[in-house]
Design a protein. Sequence first.
Length: 135
Amino acid sequence: MASEKLILSFPKEIVTKPIVYHVVKDFNLEFNILRAEITPNLEGKMLLEIRGKKEKVEECKAFLKKEGVMVREATQEIILDKELCVNCSICMSLCFANALFVNEKTFEIEFNKDKCLLCGICLDGCPVKALKSKI
Ligand code: SF4
Ligand code: SF4
């Protein structure tokens, strides 16, 4: 039995297609939608956990890619190192889930772990590498 957490990005052309339904029907996988968001430009993002036979998990990932879904393995955890952070706010503009925000009292960048979709997009955007991935 294999289990994977995947970040799926749906372009707006396919965001309304019932693609996740096929995960169950065609590949006999268990799935759990951990987070889902529609971004302002109508792109869909989903953090999906799938479990089942390893070969079916791989077939399912290939199917999703063929359907036009961008598939990335999820980062396990994001950490904001406040010692390194210079509060430039670049990461805020990259985070579609609003997990990074300005504390209105301290004017410092804060991280809300509960909103984070583990997409990893912010990691490359931080100029001082204050955002880290814990694997
Ligand atoms: S990984 Fe970074 S960009 Fe992605 S949702 Fe979490 S904080 Fe936002
Ligand atoms: S991009 Fe990096 S340095 Fe800038 S606010 Fe975000 S975590 Fe801090």
